[in-house]
Design a protein around this ligand. Structure first.
Ligand code: SAH
Length: 359
């Protein structure tokens, strides 16, 4: 598995050019190759018809081309599709396709499992198994685009699958550069949203990136005591520090930071919470996305009633905060937020995980 051969899927164009160069292969082949892999989602050298037979044979023997393999593709009644991918080391991850008009969205994973251990999230129960490589992160997009017929069409990407993107910073940003390349899928960073629990040094690094995705912060609580109980990294990066990092985050003219707020019945969904949230967000160009909990066995919280959600939303709206309520997509196939989990976690056996999944 630990092949010493470079993985073509995780090279940026300049790296691919350099890798061909040192092997005495003309650099211009890098663009052709890049287009086959990233723009056309082809991973079979036999189909790369504008490359000579000799070159294809060399690529085959000197490189490795990893592509996440679809092991299941489940379709929800609402059209959402959940894909399970197997990686080269047989680890599995999940990605979700959310069709909508006018825009289509891919929800992509950045890690196998997650170390953040948020109390309401199934992925958090797995613990972190390993980081994904840039090739595996970008690979989900190219395989999904091919599988859904969207190669060559615009789509959005949300880094809201399994994992914490800022906990796998370098590979995540490299994947965005691969996806952005004009010889690849040419995904505009405006179509990408990075969602994070708020790892402050990561936010400050992100603030200096030339390729800047939209930012979403998983806030979920309005006091440190409550947030630490729900989102353990809050102990290290408390609310004030995260919000300060948001205040200094450079935003383009019309853009805003999204604050995600999972609503847990009787826990963080009171009118006082809503008013505290308004105060916390003052001075930040913010919009709030309320996510009524997607319940699951093993998650000790409940979804609030629509009335409670509406009341909370109304308090924000009255104070001029843009608020939306996320509809849960793909609940019937466990593709909704916080429901992505696959076998192979470090903390629970496969049997225990299955038990968690069966309601
Ligand atoms: N680690 C990043 C990326 C994951 S995004 C982050 O936390 O932002 C997944 C989103 O779904 C997060 O906002 C997360 O808090 C939310 N979520 C997790 N479990 C959920 C659940 N059971 N119901 C609803 N939303 C949930």
């Amino acid at each position: 598995m630990n092949s010493p051969r470079p993985d073509l899927a995780e090279l940026e164009l300049s790296e691919l050019e350099a890798a061909l160069d040192v092997r005495g292969v003309e650099r211009f082949h890098a663009r052709q190759l890049y287009r086959w892999i990233h723009r056309r989602s082809v991973n079979d050298y036999g189909r790369m018809t504008d490359l000579s037979r000799d070159l294809r044979a060399r690529l085959e023997s000197e490189f490795h081309l990893s592509t996440p393999r679809v092991v299941s593709d489940e379709r929800s009644v609402d059209g959402t599709r959940k894909f399970v991918f197997e990686l080269a080391d047989e680890r599995r991850i999940e990605s979700v396709f959310i069709p909508d008009t006018p825009s289509q969205t891919f929800c992509i994973s950045t890690q196998v499992g997650c170390a953040m251990a948020c109390g309401f999230c199934l992925t958090g129960k797995m613990g972190l198994v390993r980081n994904l490589t840039a090739g595996e992160i970008a690979g989900q997009v190219r395989v999904l685009a091919a599988a859904t017929g969207l190669l060559g069409f615009p789509f959005n990407i949300v880094l809201m699958g399994m994992g914490e993107p800022l906990h796998n910073y370098d590979q995540t940003m490299k994947a965005l550069r691969i996806l952005h390349s004009e010889h690849g899928l040419a995904v505009s960073p405006r179509r990408v949203t990075l969602s994070t629990v708020g790892i402050v040094p990561g936010l400050d690094r992100l603030a200096r990136e030339p390729l800047m995705p939209n930012l979403a912060i998983s806030l979920h609580a309005t006091t440190d005591e409550q947030r630490t109980a729900l989102v353990p990294p809050n102990r290290k990066y408390p609310l004030a520090d995260i919000l300060e990092a948001c205040r200094r985050f450079p935003l383009k003219n019309r853009s805003r930071i999204t604050f995600e707020y999972v609503m847990l019945d009787g826990v963080n969904d009171t009118p006082e919470d809503a008013r505290r949230l308004v105060r916390l967000l003052s001075g930040i160009k913010a919009k709030v996305n309320l996510i009524p909990l997607n319940p699951a066995a093993g998650i000790p919280y409940h979804r609030p009633s629509d009335e409670r959600v509406d009341r909370f939303a109304q308090i924000l709206a009255e104070r001029h905060i843009t608020v939306s309520v996320r509809k849960s997509r793909g609940l019937d196939i466990r593709a909704a937020c916080g429901q992505l989990i696959v076998e192979g976690g470090t903390k629970k056996s496969a049997a225990q995980q299955m038990a968690l999944l069966i309601r």
